[in-house]
Design a protein around this ligand. Structure first.
Ligand code: THU
Length: 144
């Protein structure tokens, strides 16, 4: 879907609302993600850790929740960050999204609860590496 029928205003509000639940005592950069699935909205926020590399991104948290809930068909994603410039999903999150979503997945970047930019997963992650890449590859024998 192109994103024209997505209820962006309410999805943006969901992302902004869950952003308020982020655990970000180290970076103070709170992020909220709202995935519109065919079964409803599934949200996630970033969860930081005193052991810094263990931080969980908002988008990855939303994906994990959606998968655990059996909601793997997604129509759109909204990501809320602090401003003034919106924050786009990091490289790792783009790859996590590409595991389940097509390049056409519409994505909105949200600041102060308002959509400030629209993009797609394919625009953020062109030529994504995927299971299809693995399936189509010649299987190499293990070195002896
Ligand atoms: N963060 C996200 O939640 N999503 C992203 O795509 C980029 C970064 C979080 C991780 C960390 O808690 C904070 O933002 C600063 O990097």
């Amino acid at each position: 879907m192109s994103g024209s029928k997505v209820p962006w205003a309410s999805l943006a509000k969901s992302a902004e609302r869950v952003r308020g639940r982020a655990h970000a005592p180290y970076s103070h950069y709170r992020v909220g993600a709202a995935l519109l699935t065919t079964g409803g909205v599934v949200t996630g926020c970033n969860v930081e850790n005193a052991s810094y590399p263990l931080c969980i991104c908002a988008e990855g948290a939303a994906v994990a929740r959606a998968v655990a809930m059996g909601r793997r068909r997604w129509r759109a994603l909204a990501v809320a960050t602090p401003g003034p410039e919106p924050g786009a999903p990091c490289g790792a999150c783009r790859q996590i999204l590409a595991e389940f979503a097509p390049p056409t997945l519409p994505i909105a970047l949200v600041v102060d609860g308002v959509v400030v930019r629209r993009t797609t997963l394919g625009e953020l992650l062109p030529l994504a590496f995927s299971g299809k890449t693995l399936d189509g590859s010649v299987k190499e024998p293990e070195p002896t």
